[in-house]
Design a protein around this ligand. Structure first.
Ligand SMILES: NC(=O)c1ccc[n+]([C@@H]2O[C@H](COP(=O)([O-])OP(=O)(O)OC[C@H]3O[C@@H](n4cnc5c(N)ncnc54)[C@H](O)[C@@H]3O)[C@@H](O)[C@H]2O)c1
Ligand SMILES: O=C(O)[C@H]1O[C@H](OP(=O)(O)OP(=O)(O)OC[C@H]2O[C@@H](n3ccc(=O)[nH]c3=O)[C@H](O)[C@@H]2O)[C@H](O)[C@@H](O)[C@@H]1O
Length: 334
């Protein structure tokens, strides 16, 4: 009876078509973890396009040469023609120091890059998911942030290439949906961390972990009371896949509601890695949001998703990865 069931299940699965999935920005931090998860399903063929601005082939080295995997050097601001069923559109520098480095390129990536990917989705009939950001809420006047909140964003500031760029990208997604019937999904991602972040990425969790391992002072930008809510990358990838596979366009917040001040984060990293490292208060950058925490009711109700890994569970996993890459093993006290 059981073997008849297995035979039936095998026939059913062989009847399911293979899915060809494009991941733009797949050589980056979240993208490469997403690729790992998608490749676990033998029905998936994965194509990554990336210009390696902040990503690296190293993040994908275990898949290079795999028959279900392809890697293409390509800039999304240029047109692309590939036959795919789904598009996870992540391509865009995410760390403030990188997206401010060439702001004109950042806004082109968000606007022209998203237009190109929507054009592709329209042409081949693919479903497309955009990784938008909690930065669309700007320096929020509502706390925690619900998807209905329209935000408080400076349109001409140094962060605008990124946050206004993502807001235009969301607008384009909905206009293509309404005007051309494209199947869209929008995730509003809140600060995500984990292994494989660039060591000198400039984002706060990677900075503090690298600084603590190197025995350098932790650079808390003033005043240190600003808050963020940190999501571990495996939870994020799970949320993105659920959103893509579900029935809801979004936008849906995907993030971990556990909220910490930057001073609290610094103390947690010190406690984990080296209580002796000092904290140094340094100057902040313009328009830094003072508080941020997702309301994830929609993700819970519509996707059956909520994060599983707390900050205190996730930080040691990141420490192990950073120690390995920095070549600084943990000291064992006998
Ligand atoms: N990590 C977070 O906390 C966070 C939060 C909110 C939103 N997001 C969004 O998620 C996505 C991935 O973020 P991440 O943290 O993995 O960043 P990342 O910088 O590690 O990855 C971005 C990838 O996109 C590539 N890229 C950049 N510009 C490109 C272009 N013009 N053409 C092709 N490839 C290009 C980069 O080389 C890199 O591989 C981004 O869209 C980002 O805006 C991330
Ligand atoms: O989640 C989001 O929506 C956005 O969050 C981050 O932007 P930000 O929150 O400014 O990220 P960080 O650069 O990590 O800064 C977080 C906080 O840490 C502080 N910080 C940063 C770096 C540092 O060394 N010390 C420090 O105190 C900053 O002042 C800021 O208040 C990401 O970098 C964006 O890609 C993403 O879209």
């Amino acid at each position: 009876m059981l073997s008849a069931y297995h035979a039936f299940a095998e026939i059913l699965s062989s009847l399911q078509p293979n899915l060809r999935i494009l991941v733009t920005g797949g050589a980056g931090f979240i993208g490469s973890h997403l690729v790992d998860k998608l490749m676990e399903n033998e029905k998936n063929e994965v194509i990554v396009v990336d210009n390696y601005f902040t990503g690296s082939k190293d993040n994908l080295k275990k898949w290079i040469g795999h028959p279900r995997f392809e890697l293409i050097r390509h800039d999304v601001t240029e047109k692309l023609l590939v036959e795919v069923d789904q598009i996870f559109h992540l391509a865009c520098p995410a760390s403030p120091i990188f997206y401010k480095y060439n702001p004109v390129k950042t806004i082109k990536t968000n606007v022209i890059g998203t237009l190109n990917m929507l054009g592709l989705a329209k042409r081949v009939g693919a479903r497309i998911l955009l990784t938008s950001t909690s930065e669309v809420y700007g320096d929020p006047l509502e706390h925690p942030q619900k998807e209905e909140y329209w935000g408080n964003v400076n349109p001409i500031g140094v962060r605008s290439c990124y946050d206004e760029g993502k807001r235009v990208a969301e607008t384009l997604m909905f206009d293509y949906h309404r005007q051309h019937g494209i199947e869209i999904r929008i995730a509003r991602i809140f600060n995500t961390y984990g292994p494989r972040m660039n060591i000198d990425d400039g984002r706060v969790v990677s900075n503090f972990i690298a600084q603590a391992i190197r025995g350098e002072p932790l650079t808390v930008q003033s005043p240190g009371t600003q808050t963020r809510s940190f999501c571990y990358v495996s939870d994020m990838v799970d949320g993105l896949i659920r959103l893509m596979e579900g029935e809801h366009t979004g936008p849906i917040n995907i993030g971990n509601p556990g909220e910490f001040t930057m001073m609290e984060l610094a103390e947690a990293v010190k406690e984990l890695i080296d209580p002796a490292v000092p904290v140094k208060i340094v100057e902040n950058t313009p328009d830094d949001p003072r508080q941020r925490k997702p309301n994830i009711t929609k993700a819970k109700e519509l996707l059956g998703w909520e994060p599983k890994i707390t900050l205190r569970e996730g930080l040691p996993l990141m420490e192990d990865d950073f120690r390995q890459r920095l070549g600084v093993p943990k000291k064992h006290i006998n």
